[in-house]
Design a protein around this ligand. Sequence first.
Ligand code: MRU
Length: 343
Amino acid sequence: MTYQDTVRPLHWTESGLEVLDQRLLPDQISYEVFDSAAGVAEAIRSMRVRGAPAIGIAAAYGVALAAKSRYQAAPARWREGLEQDMTILAAARPTAVNLFWALERMKEAMARISGNPYPKLLSLARQIHADDLAANRSMGEMGADLLEGSSGVLTHCNTGSLATGGYGTALGVVRSAYRRGVTNIYAGETRPWLQGARLTAWELNQDRIHATLIADSAAAWLMKSGAVQWVIVGADRIAANGDAANKIGTYALAVLARQHGVRFMVVAPTSTIDWHTPTGEDITIEQRAPGELLPDCYQAHDSVITAWNPVFDVTPAHLIDAIVTERGVVLNPSLEMMQAICK
Ligand code: MRU
């Protein structure tokens, strides 16, 4: 099968993890190499790399890099140092559970290692990276099956190759559907960080996939026009009952979709499901600096204007028609359906 999928946010190199700086897109394509866990944590915190699966993959490589330097420095005591480095990685961003999932997998592998941990941990990081791409391709096909008879879709944020190991989650479904003839693709600009306008539009343009950008505030009117039959989004954390945390604005789209008879699909690998979190009420929502939202003039010391900047929200399961994972599709999600298909 040919895939229109040329962009990659992360490359493993001899010198470390090469990261495409997503803060600079679409104006500048700039890669930077990070060779320590602290460096990778900073790349995640600063959003050079973002998107739940890509954050998890980067963290796994961060652990491998830390294992290399800790073993070189103290071959008999590498575990203590590495655990400290993992704490720094875990603190980089709070909402995307893929970060903690990847760290947990690396930790389980560490427990079985004797001798130099670097080769084994690097090989596991590479495996996590490759598995993510494979999962996305299979979710793309399963999600596209659900779109039978549809002509238009709306997506939010960036859930594409830039946010993952490649192909994308929700944008992977869009890619697969586009290949099958669903050609009216709408992308919301995704304020305030503009993942839709800056990143989704850029990566679709790179792959020559035609799309139409809308202001987030145009979504209701778009749905009322009848141009889209599905909203397709990713997730940063899915609670055991199917409530899904995703980029701020997702909940608003789900409410609008229900009002207009538009169906709502969440696409995420099972590494995004947090079985320890019973419902969306228990999900930590990241608040970022007001400065990401405030115009410069209100950042002066004498300004009385501030900003409330939650960067995720939670869509309750009852507003979701389907959750697509690499293990299968959960229709009308509930705890029972999630456990039956994804566990
Ligand atoms: O703040 P970001 O850009 O990391 O947020 C990304 C999202 O909310 C995505 O929709 C989510 O991580 C799914 S990405 C495949």
